[in-house]
Design a binder for this molecule. Structure first.
Ligand SMILES: Cc1cc2nc3c(=O)[nH]c(=O)nc-3n(C[C@H](O)[C@H](O)[C@H](O)COP(=O)(O)O)c2cc1C
Length: 194
């Protein structure tokens, strides 16, 4: 049994992203994992200020939800990042959340080339929805996820579910007309099956 922390960086109430996340959670719970979801709409996390107080042994100076989320990050086996595609990448809320990982980095006496500190080692997944469904629709988001979370921070990629063709935000969510809710359940259910 694994502990999975889902960070949802926006999306409408009962919109495509919320439904995708709910089905992923149902699948993970069906497989026996424990899941906690945190919505960044309800728990505001601002971007890093670059003040570097954290580099001098101080907690982050920003008084927002991030400090309460730190123990949940450290206690999780897997962090699932969920977002609607906004202007071809993850939402600004997810980006701000990831910037704040700066304050949980630790000194690494021998970092690999191109990394300057070490981060808690976690599994991660990416769950996204979009209106379009072209071959390039998720390219920028996927590159950001792989470059930042996997290559730089060092998380272990457990997969991505990129749900294109879910309709735009001018009207009801369309994801129930696609294959992605079933795929999200299966993803959550199977991600730790060997
Ligand atoms: C500000 C904004 C930017 C968007 N940018 C894109 C985009 O770049 N590409 C795309 O395919 N859809 C884009 N969309 C559509 C959403 O990604 C899509 O409708 C998504 O499924 C909405 O998620 P929700 O139902 O959870 O709110 C955008 C929507 C908004 C509101």
């Amino acid at each position: 049994m694994k502990k999975i922390l889902v960070i949802q960086g926006g999306g409408r109430a009962n919109g495509n992203t919320t439904q995708l996340v709910e089905h992923f959670i149902k699948g993970a719970e069906y497989a026996g994992h424990s899941v906690e979801k945190i919505s960044l709409l309800k728990n505001e996390v601002k971007g890093c200020l670059g003040c570097n107080a954290c580099r001098y042994g101080k907690p982050c100076i920003q008084k927002d939800a991030f400090n309460d989320i730190i123990p949940k990050i450290k206690g999780a086996d897997c962090i699932a990042f969920a977002s609607p595609l906004y202007f071809w990448t993850v939402s600004s809320r997810i980006k701000a959340f990831i910037e704040r990982f700066y304050c949980i980095a630790e000194e690494d006496p021998a970092p690999p080339l191109g990394r300057y500190e070490k981060y808690p080692v976690k599994d991660c997944v990416l769950l996204m929805t979009a209106a379009d469904n072209f071959f390039w629709t998720f390219q920028q988001a996927e590159a950001y996820y792989k470059f930042t979370l996997v290559n730089y921070i060092g998380f272990r990629d457990k997969g991505m579910l990129l749900a294109g063709g879910c309709g735009d935000t001018n009207g009801k969510a369309q994801i129930d007309k696609t294959k992605y809710l079933r795929e999200a359940f299966e993803f959550g259910e199977s991600m730790y099956k060997s």
